[in-house]
Design a protein around this ligand. Structure first.
Ligand code: AN7
Length: 345
């Protein structure tokens, strides 16, 4: 029913706030028995790729755009590694205002670029990384007096808490471990705040341990210092100076969790396992948590039998190039039955 309608009573909206709605949120929470059994845990996956623009960003974007409209904004602007721009462009189109998008040139997955363009955003590719694009977008927003819908916008984090509320309602408790990819560190911070809300409301009695996973080449929260030249195949989390670093550190410390990093190889291996043993296609960044769980299991640091929720933040179709580059190609034959039967081995 859309985040603003389902959770409006717990979000900062009034009768003056337009109820923008692309039916975001209420995403499936799926039990992955095959993968979970191999890990010795009860594994659940929250399919955020089922949101209208294919990522978790829609949860926060709907409120950010609704509040921008309420405040009389004429346009929105954001910097993005891809998903924020797809989401902003979708909501801006839906409500009928212009959207400006700044992307690191050549480092955005094909599907995300296609989305921003087809939704009609003004897409500007900069010669620099996400962190630089964010600085530029901030200055441009100020200069032009238009609404900035990056996660520096407080409404984004507030509405992203709905993911945690949904998990607690669905399971009737919190998981033991919450595993999530970390880029700008906003989603992990929002989930932690959301779980704390659920506890305050009496929906759960125990809080989960927050496990944040970064790519090894872009792991400022693991090394505890900014990473000036982030590099990873998981371009969504190719971020060196996370906006919500402090909130995320608090979440991990308060919950008794940890930050950990995984290599690009481990991410790609996890993507294959998720697809072939879970039947779910998630983009590389979203596979960092499974890669991390596999790593913890190998190190005998994954508590046997624990209930684990991992957030699959983005749909696999957003990055077809990376997926195709690591699997066998289609078998080519002529048009005879004989050739077909030979090929069906
Ligand atoms: C699929 O779109 O930062 O730690 O500009 O697209 O809250 O940043 C995307 C981030 C995880 C990390 N998974 O979340 C952007 C952007 C996917 C993502 C993250 C992103 P945060």
């Amino acid at each position: 029913m859309g985040v603003l309608k389902r959770y409006g009573a717990n979000l900062p909206i009034s009768e003056k706030t337009p109820l923008v709605n692309l039916e975001e949120g209420s995403t499936p929470l799926v039990r992955l028995s095959r993968v979970g059994d191999d890990l010795g845990i009860e594994l659940w996956a929250k399919l955020e790729g089922c949101n209208p623009s294919g990522s978790f960003k829609d949860r926060g974007m709907v409120l950010a755009v609704a509040k921008a409209l309420e405040d009389g904004a004429r346009a929105v602007v954001c910097a993005s590694t891809g998903n924020t721009s797809a989401s902003a462009a979708a909501y801006a189109a839906h409500v009928g205002i212009p959207c400006y998008v700044l992307l690191p040139a050549g480092k955005v997955a094909l599907g995300k670029l296609a989305q921003a363009l087809i939704y009609g955003a003004k897409v500007i590719a900069i010669d620099g990384n996400f962190d630089q694009a964010l600085d530029m977008a901030r200055s441009a927003a100020e200069e032009r007096g238009i609404a900035m819908v990056n996660s520096v916008n407080p409404y984004r984090l507030i509405a992203q808490k709905t993911g945690a509320w949904e998990i607690c309602e669905f399971l009737g408790r919190a998981p033991d471990l919450h595993a999530i990819p970390v880029g700008n560190a906003c989603n992990i911070s929002a989930y932690w705040a959301g779980y704390k809300d659920s506890k305050k409301w009496g929906n759960i009695s125990e809080l989960p341990r927050m496990m944040g996973f970064q790519a090894e080449g872009a792991a400022p929260l693991v090394t505890d210092k900014p990473c000036p030249n982030p590099e990873t195949i998981a371009t969504a989390i190719r971020i060196g100076n996370p906006v919500s670093a402090d909130l995320a550190k608090d979440a991990v410390r308060e919950s008794g969790g940890e930050f950990n990093s995984v290599t690009d190889e481990e991410i790609l291996e996890a993507q294959l396992i998720l697809a072939r043993e879970g039947g779910i296609f998630a983009e590389p960044a979203s596979c960092a948590p499974l890669a991390g769980l596999l790593k913890l299991r190998k190190a005998k640091k994954l508590p046997e039998g624990s209930k684990v929720v991992m957030i699959l933040t983005g749909n696999g179709l957003k990055d077809p190039d990376t997926a195709i580059s690591q699997v066998e190609k289609p078998v080519k034959i002529g048009n005879s039955l004989k050739e077909l039967l030979e090929a069906m081995v």
